[in-house]
Design a binder for this molecule. Sequence first.
Ligand SMILES: NC(=O)c1ccc[n+]([C@@H]2O[C@H](COP(=O)([O-])OP(=O)(O)OC[C@H]3O[C@@H](n4cnc5c(N)ncnc54)[C@H](OP(=O)(O)O)[C@@H]3O)[C@@H](O)[C@H]2O)c1
Length: 252
Amino acid sequence: MNQFSLKDRTILITGASSGIGRSCSVECSKSGADLILIARNEEELKKTVSMLAPDTKAETIIADITGIENLEDLIAEKVAVSGKISGFIHCAGIEKTLPLKKHTPQLYTDIFAVNVISGFEIAKILSLKKYKNETSSFVFISSVAGMVGEIGKAAYSASKGAVVSGARSLAMELSRSGIRVNSVSPAMVNTPILEKMFENIGEDAAEEILKKHPLGIGEPEDVANACIFLLSDASKWITGSNLVVDGGYSAH
Ligand SMILES: NC(=O)c1ccc[n+]([C@@H]2O[C@H](COP(=O)([O-])OP(=O)(O)OC[C@H]3O[C@@H](n4cnc5c(N)ncnc54)[C@H](OP(=O)(O)O)[C@@H]3O)[C@@H](O)[C@H]2O)c1
């Protein structure tokens, strides 16, 4: 039996319209999962659906995860079609690199709303018996910025540190409900979020960051594979951990 298989499991993924979330969707489908995918951009989400393995059952929710009033109803509706959930990946995230003097309370609020609060709110819903299978696994995408200091990242780093520590507490609370909870901390991965960041910080700073990755910049699939491991039975004795997937960045 393939311990890494996600066959007969429904996985809910936020941030599925781009980058790491899109790759997680595609790779989970190749591992046999059916999917419920969430993002705001309908066209890009449709593109993700078109990339899934043939015969994958995919439901979509087009929404801003920070402002869904009837989130539980929407999830309930999709679960009625797809079956109960066996896994969740919170990939949706926003990043801003700005000097501290340009950080405002609103910036912290906006970043925390997407990166932290909406992920934990979705986890709250998915931990209810009526929406979950006997066992389930939640994976929160954090970042090495939650562990290692980086200039201009006060709000972003704080949000990613919160993801790791919050996930650890969820792991303690939800183990009795048969739910494992882990985080994944990537360093720089080749996605639109990275392109935007490199535009903001300029060529020299970007070159410096590149040099800090002994194995170079990662590809979205490198992160997706770590998520598949954490969703699958291959990791059935792992909870409360933070899996660093960073090409050696934080080993300096
Ligand atoms: N790329 C990297 O180098 C890197 C490194 C470490 C950690 N990470 C983390 O990995 C995760 C994915 O990053 P990525 O590089 O794949 O970024 P990306 O390509 O910019 O994708 C971000 C995703 O988040 C979704 N999203 C953002 N705000 C949302 C909102 N309010 N409601 C619903 N969906 C929302 C976007 O969908 P819509 O725009 O369609 O809503 C998009 O699908 C993030 O948490 C990021 O912090 C990335």
